[in-house]
Design a protein around this ligand. Structure first.
Ligand code: UFG
Length: 339
């Protein structure tokens, strides 16, 4: 199968490529490296001992996208590319709407032009109304609380409308919960630019000594120990969910949505203890006030993915922490020097 992968150099994209290459797919990656490094793709090729084409280009450039697709003639698209920082999305809403929504429309247009009718889209658990009871099923009401989340919610609707209007099309929307972890080799992993916003990259830098202490955002939530609880999913499990989704859309028409998580919630302090166990080091932390916009708990009901895709997460919290620590110690500066 010929698969066009937008944002393939990113955290989830790069891990998915390694597994996709094992299926003997013919791949073209389209990425502008706005929040990623070409080094990740070099390492993917080395790891998989396999080659694929790369086009450096911007999702919002209809000509670049159309010409890449016309040359490649994909059977399916996996659409990872997009801006993803919740805080930044409040400061630069138009950048987020232009890149995420505009880019997705440009992509669907380019797919139409080459007759490509299959897409797997990276959505997020953040589309759910956080006030609804958890675990969230795919039918839980949507009401994203951030601009970033709204871009994902709107793109989902656009893909549903496109699919309804395109005979023979098939789409899988994957709602990721909290992706963490790294490839078992330690060669590829999450490499946020600057000070990380997310828990695991932050903890791993504290453990490594490049950041002083973790600030735990709030300890008065209605959870086991009062700290926020999330459904963390190993990026290798997330990658295999894409392979399963790709298989699924080759055998159906229409648009289907899936939660991709483990169904288990872990608190901030439980995660910190798990990381301490893996590293054998105490990780300094301080409880501070709750972070604006945070919710107590998000956790997925994953039965639909299990039933329809035949997919289930395999890795536990310890495996997630071990893989992150392996990546962190082997690559203390991530992919730097970038390029
Ligand atoms: N946390 C801390 N200290 C930190 C960072 C995080 O205590 O320095 C806590 C948060 O308060 C939360 C938990 O760790 O309780 C997880 O926070 P993350 O920032 O790692 O993840 P979020 O659940 O806030 O957000 C993530 C992605 C979003 C996505 C969302 C979907 O970052 O892009 O999951 O649910 F939209």
């Amino acid at each position: 199968m010929r698969v066009f992968v937008t944002g393939g150099a990113g955290f989830i994209g790069s891990h998915t490529l390694v597994q996709l290459l094992r299926t003997n797919a013919d791949i073209m990656v389209f990425d502008n490296y706005s929040n990623s490094s070409p080094e990740a793709l070099k390492r993917v090729k080395r790891l998989a001992q396999s080659d694929f084409s790369i086009v450096e280009g911007d999702m919002c450039d209809p000509r670049a996208l159309a010409s890449a697709m016309q040359g490649f003639k994909p059977d399916a698209v996996i659409h990872f590319a997009g801006l993803k920082a919740v805080g930044e999305s409040a400061e630069k809403p138009l950048d987020y709407y232009r890149t995420n929504i505009g880019g997705s429309i440009t992509l669907l247009d380019a797919m139409d032009k080459v007759g490509c009718k299959r897409i797997v889209f990276s959505s997020s658990a953040t589309v759910y109304d956080p006030n609804k009871p958890f675990p969230f099923t795919e039918d839980t009401a949507l009401c994203a609380a951030s601009t970033y989340g709204r871009t994902k919610q709107f793109i989902e609707e656009i893909i549903r409308d496109w699919s309804a209007a395109t005979p023979g099309s098939s789409a899988a929307i994957l709602r990721y919960f909290n992706p963490v972890g790294a490839h078992a080799s330690g060669d590829i992993g999450e490499d946020p630019v600057g000070i990380p916003n997310n828990l695991l990259p932050y903890i791993s830098r504290v453990a490594h000594g490049s950041l002083q202490e973790l600030q735990v955002f709030g300890n008065e939530y209605a959870t086991a120990d009062g700290t926020g609880a999330r459904d963390y999913i190993h990026v290798e499990d997330l990658a295999s969910a894409h392979i399963a989704a790709l298989e699924h859309i080759t055998s159906m028409t229409g648009c289907d949505t899936f939660n991709i998580g483990t169904g288990t919630a872990t608190t901030v302090l439980e995660m910190l203890r798990a990381f301490e166990k893996v590293t054998g080091k105490p990780i300094p932390y301080r409880i501070v006030g709750a972070r604006a916009g945070d919710v107590s708990t998000t956790v997925a009901n994953v039965s639909k993915a299990e039933r329809v895709l035949g997919w289930k997460a395999k890795y536990d919290i310890d495996a997630m922490c071990r893989s992150i620590w392996n990546w962190q110690t082997r690559n203390p500066r991530g992919y730097e020097p970038r390029g």
